[in-house]
Write a protein that binds this ligand. Structure first.
Ligand code: NAI
Ligand code: MG
Length: 352
């Protein structure tokens, strides 16, 4: 079989980091005799300025046909007044997420050799947040009445379905079973009683099927404290869309480095391709200068290989990243001033 990958380099540093990710992925796949084809799609702010397309139905249909999507970053320079604010987020990023039913946003949060966390004692951190991706308060289920008056009323109703919660919780339990066997449900069920009750019952039911996984419950406000004071306690966190959005940014901050944070937007049923991308954006402040760190894009590629069942090349690439970061941690002079491409080449050399 040939793996058929769509590549969306996007804007700014997106194309710079994706070029390196593609090279190292190609290298580990070649070594494992796995055939892969890459199809590049031009999408993003620059593409919109050129063509007026954010994401057409035709492009969406073509994307659906691939096994997975490797995504760089999209988004305009905020200084660029030609692009309406929020347009690309809504009509490209959110549209992809909802159209391809990316019900899970997967965010590993871990430290690597040489990464300095902002935390006391520089702890080793290795947990993963399984965030629900298509429901919660982000579905646009609300309205405004008496707008602009002193009696304006705005609602934003969180949507939680048994089906949506169950598939996320099931995925989180199977990940926990393959990791250290610990799962934490994060919610706020003391005040958000209806949704909280559904999440809690769903976790209890899944827990009965996974005796090898121990689980606990944490309120989201308490979770922010624990994530800063004792992040090593977490293995798998499962939570809703809004809490997950906030916790994953906090997780990226405590693990010390936007240049390293990878993510997967997963379609758990396999009815459409999942998408893998660095957490960072298009970084217009450093774009075009070959100084962006490609590691987050490479690690997103590792998540993609894992998702495609290519465990062996995934492990090889991940180990190469670890070894390279460890070497640069021992010899920071060697890493100083390396270009994006030189960082990719260092990995390629290590992969032999
Ligand atoms: P950003 O992540 O692009 O940049 C934040 C800061 O981190 C900047 O100082 C940047 O130079 C630095 N940085 C980011 N990635 C880096 C890397 N690989 N190596 C070294 N430094 C790195 O976030 P910002 O500035 O808020 O957004 C810029 C644009 O990106 C906006 O248009 C925004 O909408 C878009 N964006 C797109 C995302 C996506 O495609 N999923 C996610 C986040 C933002
Ligand atoms: Mg966010």
């Amino acid at each position: 079989t040939t793996f058929d990958i769509a590549v969306v380099p996007g804007d700014g540093i997106g194309p710079e980091v994706i070029a390196e990710a593609r090279r190292v992925l190609q290298s580990v796949l070649d070594a494992a005799s796995v055939a892969v084809t890459w199809t590049e799609y031009s999408l993003g702010a620059a593409h919109w300025v050129e063509t007026g397309e954010t994401l057409s139905e035709a492009t969406l249909e073509r994307l659906r046909g691939h096994d997975a999507i490797l995504f760089g970053a999209v988004g305009a320079d905020p200084q660029d007044t030609r692009i309406p604010s929020g347009l690309i987020e809504r009509e490209l990023l959110l549209k992809l997420r909802f159209s391809l039913d990316h019900s899970i946003n997967l965010r590993p949060a871990r430290t690597y050799p040489g990464t300095a966390t902002p935390l006391a004692g520089d702890p080793e951190i290795d947990f993963v947040v399984v965030r629900e991706g298509t429901e919660g308060p982000y579905v646009g289920n609300g309205g405004t009445i008496r707008r602009g008056t002193a009696h304006e009323i705005a609602t934003e109703v969180s949507l939680n379905t048994a089906h949506g919660v169950r598939r996320v919780v099931a995925d989180a339990f199977s990940r926990a079973a393959q990791r250290r066997g610990r799962l934490t449900l994060v919610h706020k069920h003391n005040v958000l009683t209806h949704a909280g009750d559904l999440w809690r019952r769903t976790v209890e039911e899944a827990a009965a099927e996974h005796p090898e996984v121990s689980w606990d419950y944490m309120h989201v406000d308490a979770a922010t404290i624990h994530m800063v004071q004792d992040p090593a306690r977490f293995d798998v966190i499962v939570t809703d869309n809004l809490f997950g959005d906030i916790l994953t940014d906090l997780a990226a901050a405590v693990t010390g480095g936007i240049g390293l944070a990878a993510s997967g937007s997963i379609n758990v049923e396999g009815s459409a391709p999942s998408m893998f991308e660095p957490v960072h954006g298009s970084a217009p402040d450093i774009a075009g200068r070959q100084i962006a760190d490609p590691t987050a894009a490479v690690l997103s590629g590792v998540l993609m290989l894992q998702h495609l069942g290519l465990a062996e090349p995934a492990a090889r690439l991940e180990q190469a990243v670890h070894a390279q970061l460890a070497e640069w941690a021992r010899d920071p002079e060697a890493a100083r001033g390396l270009s994006t491409a030189q960082r990719g080449e260092a990995l390629l050399a290590r992969l032999g």
